[in-house]
Design a protein around this ligand. Structure first.
Ligand SMILES: [Zn+2]
Length: 487
């Protein structure tokens, strides 16, 4: 009986598939002489089966035990040489492990079949239009090369020992191993000059249809200033309104870079490229001479940028000591020494505005001051895609109310003076410069120097001396950050 049953089941499977070639020739040849098989026992089922199983997509749910299979599957007793003629009810198969979510890992689906009459003979399944296989566990793959990404139909059914074949059922498994991709379409307005929210536009490519977003904003020096979870958003074109406030107050003006972290429904992450924008909103400018709250840190600043070789040597020495300084170069020098200006920014040193003509701004009109600042700000952007905002040092430290007002109107929140002045421009030697600096520094001191050969020569001695005294040389943004941490 067993070979016959095998043949019957094979025929039933072939009928289910609608594939006449599905015959096991080896089994046929091995058959002992016996009653000829009249034909596929499940002929009645064939009549209602579409040729392509995947065409039965309407049945995507899991068949619950209470559901009753289609009666048209019942084999005709007259043509079925069933070993259990009393069993005319097909088995019921339940699939576990499939759900409607997207998955980035392989999904295992287990089949449990029951048959009250003759018992379950076999359970069969296939993924999409793949080969029909026998078994009670199928794993829908999720290859790292993304070739399995998409929606998959798993078709399954069981056959009982009376050759009753269950109507095929289907479950859908959604695989997504590909992280979302975001392309920035623009950030506006740039520069920002009003208190309105910034609008960032982008296009998201994501197969699962939507992504969760988290927003980060970094300043010109790489400090994270804003982090916010955003709403889930649909794939395709989108936009994001960014309120430029942190800790309840507007951001300090300057250059910022937006970055989004995207997570799709399957849990694939991606981090976008940085979208820069300039915030030049008007603010109330304040004067800073030093920041004692910053602890044992000293800000070394270098004005004018007149001597290219000295400027370059200072940048190199700061690198050698692995510290940062701040440069207040005049606009024309930024243009003239463009490569050095770019190198200064790329090295992580801070920049500020010293105006364009080294004029005493207290003698200028508000419009003239704003023009001095606008020209040098534009030069930094053109040359190095960087901005001196929000740091401004008026030549000669001239900073009356009109100067502060004009500076604030252009986004220069910090008018940076100093409280340690070695007067390095007075043709004194480098040993004298170093001695004057080291004998006057204190926690949070701001040292005013110039890009002069003698100052460049004094810098190693200054940096070694600071280190020996337990001070760290820092840039102005580093000094402000340290002071804010200790507030
Ligand atoms: Zn100067």
């Amino acid at each position: 009986m067993i070979p016959i049953r095998t043949l019957m089941l094979t025929a039933a499977v072939a009928a289910t598939l609608g594939v006449t070639a599905w015959t096991t020739a080896d089994n046929m040849a091995a058959l002992p002489a016996g009653p000829p098989v009249a034909g596929p026992p499940a002929v009645a089922g064939v009549a209602v089966l579409p040729n392509d199983l995947s065409g039965t997509a309407g049945r995507a749910g899991i068949l619950e035990p209470g559901d009753s299979p289609s009666p048209s599957n019942t084999p005709s007793p007259s043509t079925s040489p069933s070993p259990s003629p009393s069993d005319t009810t097909p088995p019921v198969t339940v699939a576990r492990g499939a759900d409607t979510r997207w998955h980035r890992k392989p999904v295992a689906i287990a089949f449990t079949a029951t048959d009250a009459g003759s018992g379950v003979a076999s359970t069969w399944y296939r993924i999409d239009t793949g080969p029909l296989k026998q078994g009670t566990l199928v794993v829908v793959p999720a290859s790292a090369d993304h070739k399995d990404d998409g929606s998959h139909l798993v078709t399954f059914f069981s056959i009982d020992n009376a050759a009753n074949r269950e109507t095929p059922q289907q479950v859908t498994v959604k695989i997504d191993t590909t992280a979302p991709v975001l392309r920035w379409k623009g950030v506006s307005p740039s520069p920002v000059t009003t208190q309105k929210a910034l609008i960032a536009r982008f296009f998201v490519r994501e197969a699962s249809g939507s992504v969760a977003t988290a927003l980060c904003v970094y300043d010109q020096y790489g400090a994270l200033v804003l982090r916010r979870a955003g709403p889930r958003r649909a794939a395709g074109a989108g936009s994001l309104a960014v309120l430029l406030r942190a800790a309840g107050r507007p951001l300090t003006p300057g250059l910022y870079r937006l970055q989004l972290t995207l997570t799709d429904q399957a849990g694939n992450h991606s981090v976008t490229s940085l979208a820069p924008f300039r915030d030049y909103r008007p603010v109330r400018a304040t004067v800073t001479f030093d920041l004692p709250r910053a602890g044992r840190r000293v800000a070394l600043t270098f004005d004018d940028g007149n001597d290219e070789a000295a400027w370059a040597r200072i940048v190199n020495t700061l690198r050698a000591y692995q510290v940062h300084g701040t440069f207040f170069a005049l606009g024309p020098k930024v243009v003239a020494y463009a490569a050095l200006a770019r190198r200064t920014v790329a090295a992580g040193d801070a920049i500020g505005s010293h105006g364009w003509t080294h004029t005493d701004m207290e003698l200028q009109s508000a419009a003239q001051i704003r023009r001095e600042l606008a020209l040098s700000t534009a030069a930094w952007w053109r040359v190095a895609r960087a901005t001196p905002v929000p740091y401004m040092r008026p030549p000669y430290g001239a900073k009356d109310a009109a100067v502060l007002s004009a500076a604030g109107a252009s986004g220069f929140e910090h008018v940076m003076l100093w409280d340690v002045d070695p007067q390095d421009w007075r043709h004194i030697g480098s040993a004298e410069i170093a001695e004057r600096v080291l004998s006057h520094v204190h926690p949070g001191a701001i040292v005013c120097m110039h890009t002069l050969p003698t100052t460049a020569a004094a810098l190693p001695q200054i940096l070694s001396g600071l280190r020996a005294m337990g001070y760290r040389a820092v840039s102005l943004p580093e000094l402000f950050a340290a002071a804010a941490r200790r507030r």
